[in-house]
Unconditional design. Structure first.
Length: 76
């Protein structure tokens, strides 16, 4: 599984990255986690507000700082 965290460097963005990693540790699932700060790549997903959560190329969340439990609900 590939997880991309679309971020602009804000506090919420950094928090989402932490919560994604915590959710993965809690679940025992493995994933390649990449933080994407490149505006062109973010916009290519149609995301205009960060943070964004993309799993295997599918945008699952935009503009929300999800809790670890909310992240777990979205993961396949």
């Amino acid at each position: 599984m590939k997880i991309e965290i679309l971020e602009s460097g804000c506090v919420s963005c950094r928090s989402l990255e932490h919560n994604v990693r915590e959710a993965l540790a809690k679940s025992g699932k493995e994933a390649d986690v990449e933080v994407v700060e490149d505006l062109q790549r973010i916009m290519a997903y149609g995301v205009m507000r960060t943070p964004g959560l993309v799993v295997d190329g599918q945008v699952l969340s935009v503009g929300k700082n999800l809790t670890p439990d909310e992240v777990l609900e979205l993961l396949p």
